[in-house]
Design a protein. Structure first.
Length: 388
């Protein structure tokens, strides 16, 4: 969960939802209690009905997984083994179901640190896709990528989208004001939540923000008859970039310095889970210019909080936002800047998109995801091995 927060969140919420829909089955959660779990309390899962917690000393991604976890599966006499990641035990005594979130390493192999890492990714993915009786993709885009890059039979892949957690909903103005004061945020801010990895495209976001700031300063100058005084940075909104900072990718901070917008661009780093719904709710707009996503959960979380969204017009994000967001070409910095400026200056549009966001987010449900997962487990148990 610490290294793969999106995967951890999806898995945690799926387990909680499964506990609410199973009728005579038991959901066995195998975990290593020695590992830090800073985002989710594993003990909470053990208090759910139909959930049994089983501990193991096996380290994730270790060779020991390949013989100790199959042994554990035999001891527990499980009907189906669901791995939330493609690196998993491949010789199990029961059908295997694997969830795949995206194929970003196939689209952008240059982001992997070495040729050895690329080889390991290819081998592990192909092993998982070959041995799994059923594969769960979190979007139609991820499903198409699995078929394209790994020749997975289409009939073998189920699409099961996630959803925003119930706590992601519009927050009271007082809570928003308190968070703004605590974090030192401006009254109006544009928000991005996510990592700073290259495919997230936040360097272009910073460049677009510099254009927005220049446009705002120019507009302010035009209203000041007979003066060339620029708008004070304090009167301008902030661009707030929240999420884990990977020191390997300092380009966005460097670009903010180069463009002279470092005073209006706030890099918050990781934000406490409890603060995220409030941070979303206080934003004038949420912007998500990613070049590639398997799903795009932050955009959905923002919509669940009633925030107007600007995002890339890439296929997976279009699956998430439908017609309830402003969408732009993520390679077009000017178009991104224009969309941000438009939302900042058009309160009627902000209100309309905020209402549409709430409606769009309501189409996603963890209960439905759990029911679809149960169907995938049943399909894995009864599937013909000739499909593998």
């Amino acid at each position: 969960q610490d290294h793969f927060p999106g995967i951890g969140r999806y898995t945690y919420n799926l387990i909680r939802a499964l506990a609410g829909v199973v009728e005579q089955d038991t959901v066995v959660v195998i975990h290593n209690p020695r590992l830090p779990n800073t985002r989710f309390a594993m003990a909470d899962l053990g208090r759910l009905p139909y959930v049994e917690m089983v501990t193991t000393a096996v380290a994730p991604f270790s060779l020991a997984e390949q013989w100790l976890l199959p042994r554990l599966a035999r001891q527990l006499d499980v009907d189906v083994w669901h791995s939330p990641y493609y690196i998993c035990p491949y010789c199990l005594p029961c059908p295997l179901v694997v969830t795949v979130y995206d194929a970003i390493s196939s689209h952008y192999p240059q982001y992997l640190p070495s040729l050895a890492a690329r080889f390991s990714y290819e081998v592990a993915m192909r092993l998982a896709m070959t041995t799994a009786r059923r594969v769960i993709a979190i979007s139609q885009v991820s499903r198409a990528d699995l078929i394209r890059f790994f020749a997975v039979p289409a009939a073998k892949v189920s699409v099961i989208a996630g959803a925003a957690e119930p706590r992601y909903r519009p927050q009271p103005p007082q809570a928003v004001a308190e968070l703004r004061a605590r974090l030192g945020l401006s009254d109006a801010y544009v928000l991005y939540v996510g990592s700073n990895k290259p495919h997230k495209n936040i360097v272009r976001l910073v460049e677009a923000w510099a254009i927005v700031e220049a446009l705002s300063a120019t507009a302010d100058q035009l209203t000041r008859v007979g003066t060339l005084q620029a708008a004070s940075p304090a009167t301008l909104p902030q661009l707030v970039i929240a999420g884990h900072h990977d020191p390997r990718y300092p380009q966005a901070q460097d670009r903010a310095q180069q463009l002279g917008v470092q005073s209006s661009v706030r890099f918050l780093g990781a934000v406490a889970e409890a603060d995220l719904p409030v941070l979303y709710s206080g934003a004038a707009a949420f912007v998500f210019p990613s070049l590639y996503e398997g799903f795009g959960l932050p955009a959905l979380e923002a919509m669940a909080c009633g925030v107007p969204v600007i995002c890339s017009n890439t296929p997976a994000l279009l699956e998430v936002v439908g017609d309830a967001a402003l969408t732009v070409n993520p390679l077009d910095t000017n178009a991104l800047a224009q969309a941000i400026a438009r939302l900042l200056h058009d309160s009627a549009l902000r209100h309309d998109l905020g209402q549409r966001s709430l409606k769009q987010a309501s189409h996603f449900s963890w209960q439905r995801a759990a029911q679809e997962a149960l169907a995938a487990y049943q399909a894995a148990r009864t599937s013909d091995r000739t499909l593998l």
